[in-house]
Design a protein. Structure first.
Length: 62
């Protein structure tokens, strides 16, 4: 007597292929998006030196 096994998708198998999305690419995309959002929240360029000029007291009244 032959032992015929039916490997249908409805049987509970020990190994499932293709049912879960790969975890590493999803984590990489989330980290890249978080890094871009972090850089965006910091704003653009910041001045390297002060823009305001110091005006002496004797020039303020003129």
């Amino acid at each position: 007597m032959k032992n015929n096994r039916n490997f249908s998708s409805f049987e509970g198998g020990t190994r499932r292929r293709g049912s879960r999305l790969p975890l590493i690419p999803i984590i990489a995309v989330v980290l890249i998006v978080a890094f871009i959002a972090f850089l965006w929240s910091r704003g653009g360029e910041h001045p390297q030196q002060r823009v305001e000029k110091v005006i002496p007291a004797e020039k303020l009244g003129k």
